[in-house]
Design a protein around this ligand. Structure first.
Ligand code: DAH
Length: 357
């Protein structure tokens, strides 16, 4: 058995285990190595193997101190061999533990994509967009086409072609939003009738939906920007009965059977005869309340038989063709459908409101 001298500086006693007698100034190298290897094998984490390395191979370890003090070749070789063996063992164990640690972290910290996540509320289309698509679908089902119009219109299409007389109030900047003398933010979707008729010959069955603009003061049933659906049917032999039949169909699909509808004669420059459609008030069910201005009815929009003057404008033969047209407010439809009293709610973007639909 090789015994090595042990240094006797006082602080060194701290790092020596009792097995290595300070007093005898000798060290059992094999026992030390066995102890160290046991400690290496027992180390179960990167921190622990680091501590083992410091304890047995650190600058102040018994081995290093003994090496410094070594006097004879035999002892030196024995100590060096022990050092090499220990270094190898420590490195091997350290690598093993580092790998194990990495494996553990990879397993523990893996994102399990199959775990249920917190629920997120999905957004949805705005109510007006939903209604717009529903109306489009209803008419597509009847064989109509959906056509686009223009939000910036010329006064020619917005007024002249639609037979608005020169002094009509809608031509006034008090009622309509003009960009200049010739261009106006469309006050209705009706100009799309003219554009549809100019684009092709009858038979024509089209709807056109979108925003319209008026210089209106916002209140429960008015807004300076709102949405309309415009419908136009031109063919041979179209009558008022086709119009009311179509509107009844639309009302039933939108509101169900409970609400009463009423058609009243009216005037529009571009239809003759003209009617206005009313639906019984959803708030008071016809008794009269502030929402329906105490009339019991809410106007949904206008309709009528296309005035022959429009056919002349687009070059159709009024003797051969007849047609009907209608224009409804989508906001009004939304209110009647969901029974809320103020259309301004639609654009307030209060989630407590918009999430209901
Ligand atoms: N353009 C009308 C309005 O905004 C609504 C309307 C009435 C459209 C009769 C039509 C119609 O196509 O025939 O008040």
């Amino acid at each position: 058995m090789v015994r090595a001298a042990v240094p006797d500086s006082k602080s060194d006693t701290d790092v020596l285990t009792p097995r290595f007698s300070v007093r005898s100034r000798t060290m059992d190298v094999q026992a030390l190595q066995a102890d160290a290897l046991a400690a290496v094998a027992a180390a179960s984490s990167v921190e622990e193997i680091d501590a083992v390395r410091v304890e047995y191979l650190g600058r102040k370890s018994a081995l290093k101190l003994a090496l410094r003090e070594v006097r004879d070749r035999e002892t030196g070789m024995a100590l060096n061999a022990a050092r090499l063996a220990l270094e190898e063992a420590v490195e091997a164990r350290a690598a093993e533990l580092a790998r194990a640690e990495l494996d553990r972290r990879l397993t523990e910290e893996r994102v399990d994509v199959t775990l249920p996540v917190g629920t997120y509320r999905r957004g949805h289309l705005h109510l007006i967009t939903q209604i717009r698509r529903e109306v489009e679908d209803t008419f597509l089902g009847l064989g109509y086409r959906v056509v686009d119009g223009r939000e910036v219109e010329t006064t020619r299409y917005n007024f002249d072609a639609l037979n608005f007389p020169p002094g009509h109030p809608a031509r006034s900047p008090l009622h309509s939003l003009f960009l200049d003398d010739e261009r106006v933010l469309r006050t209705e979707t009706s100009p799309s009738q003219i554009r549809a008729m100019e684009a092709e010959q009858p038979p024509i069955y089209v709807v056109s939906l979108g925003r319209v603009y008026r210089r209106d003061t916002p209140d429960a049933t008015h807004s300076p920007i709102f949405h309309q659906v415009e419908g136009l049917a031109v063919d041979e032999g179209i009558t008022l009965a086709d119009l009311t039949g179509t509107l009844d169909f639309l009302f039933r699909s939108l509101f169900g059977g409970e609400r009463r509808t009423e058609f009243r004669t009216h005037y529009f420059p571009f239809t003759e005869p003209s009617i206005e459609a009313y639906v019984s008030c959803h708030v008071c069910d016809g008794d009269g309340c502030p929402v329906c201005r105490h009339s019991g009815w809410i106007e949904v929009g206008g309709a009528g038989m296309v005035d022959p003057a429009l056919f002349e404008f687009v070059g159709y033969d009024p003797e051969r063709y007849s047609g009907f047209a209608f224009g409804w407010g989508l906001e009004r439809i939304a209110m009647l459908r969901h029974e809320f009293p103020d259309l301004r709610e639609l654009w307030r973007n209060d989630l407590r409101f918009t999430r209901q639909f």
